[in-house]
Design a protein. Sequence first.
Length: 392
Amino acid sequence: MNKIFYYGRQSIFDEDISAVSDVLKSDFITQGPNAQKFENELSNFFGSKYATVVANGTAGLHLIALALGWKEGDIVITSPITFLASANCAIYAGANVDFVDINEKSYTIDPNKLEDKVKTYLSKNKKIKAVVAVDYAGHPCDWKALNSLKNKYDFQLVNDFCHALGAEYDNDIQYAVKYADAVNLSFHPVKHITTGEGGAILTNDEFLDKKVKILRTHGMTKDESILEKNDGPWYYEMHEPGFNYRITDFQCALGISQLKKLNKFLEQRRFIASFYNRCFKDDKRFIIPHVADNVKHAYHIYPLQIKFDELQIDKKEFYYRLKEKGVVFQVHYIPVHLQPFYRKKFGFKEGDFPNAELFYKREISIPIYPSLLEEDLFYISDAIKSTLDKMQ
Ligand SMILES: Cc1ncc(COP(=O)(O)O)c(C=O)c1O
């Protein structure tokens, strides 16, 4: 086989291309009517009162951080097993970042360990400001536990939901905004639906929604209720500097067209995951992703653990050998606390979050995207097993 299989890729169809080209021929190509329509459709799908589309998921997290009022000295907690942006957004706002280890089954932030961390801060007379919980790989966090901690200790809760579009928690596809103050989405090409680059913020909080919408466009407002004066229809004011985090209308047309296919994409991802589950579950060298009873996984990623440590196999060597067969895995993630920036700034070190560190050593993200064929899945799983066989 001379195909190359990466861990993720977009699925673009003719109707997606027509939707984009229609907008390119229209009057609006930057933020216009399709942005508004995409926002409405995201709100409907995910059950939020408000939605704001933005340039990318990182911009979304940045705006959430500012709208939630994070500032210097605040403590924001996230999981070490996430993309850099889940932690960096707190840094952008001048806050301090701390981490809480993952639960070894769900790979999401462990609520018991979070409570220990909150109590440790309280014993030093410090209160945490917010938790950015990540529905890693597409498996929702333990949101009921997180919500009860939020109520008990009074902190803000953000769902970094970039992996979990279409996941279900207690049979509810609209769970994200029910538990979190703000929910962040990304439409990067490897995600469930794509706009090239793009993201969105969902919330039920009107104040938060207004704030992120103003900050998305330089902090400019024409809202009569807050203008200090009004020189005429051209007039705007800026009360706080914002950014240009807008997304174009042709990207939003792509998003609208892609959202129509989300349920189909989810079905295909779940089919692939169940194929891999069957292939790897009875082989002691692997650990397949666990799914909690009240969860329907969205499988943005299929995180397969291989016990490289016990098998005494070098992961790097395995990577190169598998790549020779056209299967190129990715690793999600290098624990964020071990990044030089976080080590130097906050003194994190190896051993701080053992579950995350062991997970990093074992995890490989194997190809999962809708256009994979069943013959591809046989090929990929066989390549993984036979490469391991040869290295043992
Ligand atoms: C968990 C998580 N948060 C945030 C982001 C940032 O999204 P974007 O790439 O759209 O900026 C990503 C994207 O990879 C992500 O996976």
